[in-house]
Design a protein around this ligand. Structure first.
Ligand code: URA
Length: 212
């Protein structure tokens, strides 16, 4: 058991199945990208559990029905580049979203977020944001993203990852205790190069076929 109050680990046999394929170094790039999409889709219900609904009446073929629809249009924020691989899985279940692209890192000296690419809705105030990044390793990028996005005053902000290292979860919890993190697995540790162990290697390289 872990002791992170901000962390939700989603357990499901399909997640174990696809995660194992992701970890397998013999899984080719195309199958890897598909498995990223599949695990991302399996994380959607937990990641969207507390979205607001509004009442809407429909007519069934037989009578009126007082139903619901999502009250607000969700904003997905894939962190470039590997976060892009999670977007199709989310859009499969929630097609009507804004996709806000964000490329950034945390400056090692100033510790300030450095944004090298952004294309976001002009006004994020009052929007629900789900940040997508397959690997929560040191937490540097995730913390930078949260700092950058919080300045834009969204209504809610959460992070969804495939794998997390305890070091990254701890860092995020320390700096952004109000941000929930949804993951498919919490791995053992980081190695000296910042890779998650046992992990799955470089998610971006494996998904886009740039590892060799
Ligand atoms: N990013 C990756 O793609 N893999 C890791 O193990 C850590 C960070």
């Amino acid at each position: 058991m872990h002791s992170f109050s901000n962390l939700r680990i989603v357990q499901h046999p399909l997640i174990q199945h696809y995660l194992t394929r992701l970890r397998d170094r013999n899984t080719p790039s195309e199958a890897f990208a598909k498995c990223v999409e599949q695990v991302a889709a399996l994380l959607v219900p937990e990641s969207t559990r507390d979205l607001d609904l509004e009442a809407v009446s429909v007519h069934t073929p037989l009578e009126d029905y007082p139903g619901y629809r999502l009250a607000h249009r969700l904003v997905l924020v894939p962190i470039l580049r590997a976060g892009l691989g999670m977007v199709p899985g989310f859009k499969h279940l929630v097609p009507d979203v804004s996709v806000a692209h964000l490329g950034l890192y945390r400056d090692e000296v100033s510790l300030e977020p450095v944004v090298y690419y952004k294309k976001l809705p002009a006004d994020l105030r009052g929007r629900d944001l789900i940040v997508l990044d397959p690997m929560l390793a040191t937490g540097g990028t995730a913390c930078a993203a949260m700092q950058y996005l919080k300045e834009r005053q969204p209504r809610s902000l959460r992070l969804v990852c495939l794998l997390a290292a305890p070091e990254g979860v701890a860092q995020l919890e320390a700096q952004h205790p109000d941000v929930p993190v949804v993951v498919a697995a919490l791995d053992r540790e980081l190695n000296e190069r910042g890779y998650i162990l046992p992990g799955l290697g470089d998610a971006g390289d494996r998904m886009f076929g740039t590892e060799f």
